[in-house]
Design a protein around this ligand. Structure first.
Ligand code: SAM
Ligand code: SF4
Ligand code: SF4
Length: 348
């Protein structure tokens, strides 16, 4: 298949990462992502035939790999709700980059089914998992996932994932002021000295339903200052250009943490991520209002070369830098009445 591994967008950014949402459904109702008032009993999730099949996903992934993608992250919604996910992992694990390397396949999950699924996923070729956990305090966590899910089960999932070799496990904590910011240092202490890498994520204005306001964002600088006051930290150089997370380590050598500062320190200039939604739309920014329908091409009989040309043309024309331009973009969207796509659909 033809592809262009040196493909870049209008700002010279390559296409390196692909995030694939395998379901728009979730068993949690995290207040910052799928608030119950919006995602209630009568919310219309996608029908089965609207979802890309594993074969369709793998075809798109193969085309993207020819264009330079070396990292694929499966997400959602809750990806472990998609039946047989390990079969998809196995198909993706068989892909090779133009220079013959395997793809780095990762998964982001709420951890609720991880203990059951970890071994099968590892056997299928999954490399790493990121688990979301917003607090160690059971009452806080149950309130944030809003389905009364206990901390202990997620911690067990993390342990099993580490034991089967899906490590080092990363743990994502979305920090929301007034809700779980009191747990920052406790989370740091809990994972200090373990191989788990804890990352603090600024509460973002994704989608249109999470009631985001700047006042609820705890800037990463404050997170670092709060931890540093008790557990001294120093900054570490990034692993690679375009890494979303800024790295810090404990001065006593007891491990590393990360902060993802999409709101206060945007990183659009190096953003090399594309997303495919559950129904096969290609999005070039997390904060997009519209995607490009690849499923229509897939199901309309397009050849691999036609798919490849469509993907390349979308990426070549990409101008996105929402986080760099957040305030102007917010006013623009308000004036146009357009709505940002929800994270559960586009994939986090
Ligand atoms: N359900 C899986 C999970 O929670 O890990 C995967 C999908 S979730 C949308 C992916 C990541 O996005 C999670 O780590 C979640 O905490 C994060 N996230 C969701 N809404 C967010 C928001 N408003 N601000 C910052 N991060 C958010
Ligand atoms: Fe579900 Fe993940 Fe969104 Fe929470 S963050 S509601 S677990 S998709
Ligand atoms: Fe990338 Fe869009 Fe996020 Fe900027 S706002 S880092 S372009 S996904």
């Amino acid at each position: 298949m033809t592809g262009n591994p040196t493909l870049t967008d209008t700002r010279g950014r390559p296409l390196h990462d692909l995030r694939i949402s395998v379901t728009d459904r979730c068993n949690f109702r995290c207040v910052y992502c799928m608030p119950k008032e919006v995602f209630g009993r009568d919310f219309a999730f996608m029908e089965r035939d609207e979802l890309l099949t594993f074969e369709e996903i793998t075809r798109l992934a193969r085309v993207s790999v020819a264009h330079g993608v070396g990292k694929i992250r499966l997400t959602g919604g809750e990806p472990l709700l998609r039946r047989g996910l390990e079969d998809l992992v196995a198909q993706l694990a068989a892909l090779r980059t133009p220079d013959g390397r395997p793809i780095d396949i990762a998964l982001t999950t709420n951890g609720s089914a991880l203990a059951v699924k970890a071994q099968a996923l590892k056997d299928a070729g999954l490399r790493r998992v990121t688990v979301s956990l917003d607090s160690l305090d059971d009452a806080t966590f149950r309130a944030m996932n809003d389905v009364n899910f206990p901390v202990a089960k997620v911690l067990h999932g993390i342990e099993v994932a580490s034991n089967v070799g899906l490590g080092p496990v990363k743990v994502n904590m979305v920090v929301k002021r007034g809700q779980n910011d009191g747990d920052i240092v406790a989370m740091a202490r809990h994972f200090q000295g373990t191989p788990v890498i804890l990352r603090f994520i600024e509460f973002m204005d994704v989608g249109s339903s999470n009631g985001w306001e700047m006042g609820a964002v705890v800037p990463s600088s404050e997170v670092i200052a709060r931890i540093d006051a008790e557990l001294p930290l120093e900054e570490v150089a990034p692993n690679y250009t375009g890494e979303t997370s800024a790295r810090w380590r404990y001065r006593d050598g007891s491990g590393e943490i990360g902060v993802i500062s999409s709101v206060t320190q945007s990183f659009c200039s190096t953003c090399s991520r594309a997303r495919v939604s559950t129904d096969g739309k290609l999005f070039t920014c997390l904060f997009a209002t519209e995607g490009h329908d690849l499923r229509a091409l897939l199901r309309g009989g397009a050849t691999d070369d036609e798919l490849s040309a469509a993907m390349a043309s979308v990426w070549r024309e990409r101008t996105d830098r929402y986080s760099d331009l957040r305030s102007a973009k917010t006013s623009e969207l308000r004036a146009s009445g357009k709505k940002k796509i929800e994270m559960s659909y586009i994939g986090g």
